[in-house]
Design a protein around this ligand. Sequence first.
Ligand code: TIU
Length: 252
Amino acid sequence: MHNKMDHAIEITASLKRLDEPTTKANMPTVSAQPFPFDLPRLRTALVVIDMQRDFVEPGGFGAALGNNVGLLTPIIPILAQLMAAFRFHGLPVIHTREGHKPDLSDCPPAKRNRGEAGKSVLKIGDQGPMGRILIHGEPGHQIIPELAPLPGEIVIDKPGKGSFYNTPLQDRLSSLGITHLVFTGVTTEVCVQTTMREANDRGYTCLLVEDCTESYFPEFKKVTLNMIRAQGAIVGWTCTSHDLITALAEGS
Ligand code: TIU
């Protein structure tokens, strides 16, 4: 997916972007909560978290934990539209995947041995209908075809719930000159929220797209959105995909 030449091209392209000053014309304002969000288009990337078969399709990790994976699927076409808008405007789309090496050397027992007694059928590394659960290279580990990365887009493989822990994400964002992150994906209160908190502590300004993230627990999604934007955007802002796409079009 990524080699040294791609990385060199990416850095050259980002240096060109960094040459351009941020002006009112390339800083659209998104209608957001708890208050409007200024989006510097030359410094912003879309992060699509863990839209993998293992979370979205029956027989994967999400289902093995006892969840109804059908709850996540309504965001797929909306997220596809948002990704198309970012690509249309030439803004980076970054994908993440949760998963582990086949020998499980990056999966601590504290993670593998989780699951509700009586509900959890398969554990990480066990053989399921989409291959070994949450293991690199297995069918279940792949991003769903509807949201597949385009050639050259960054794909971050992460062993944890957060996207920064033990990954090259921060280096990749630095080389692109990114300061603002727009978050989408699953699940809202687990990998998305963990990543947003990691990003917030690292100094990124964060926006979560309400209709492009979902949880197996609707009430957890609702309270996560509230927690993030409480106290004057303590972790970040939230907005709808419609308001974000509108702002991107106005600022171009
Ligand atoms: N279980 C659950 O809600 N989520 C995860 O384990 N991973 C992600 O959120 N990607």
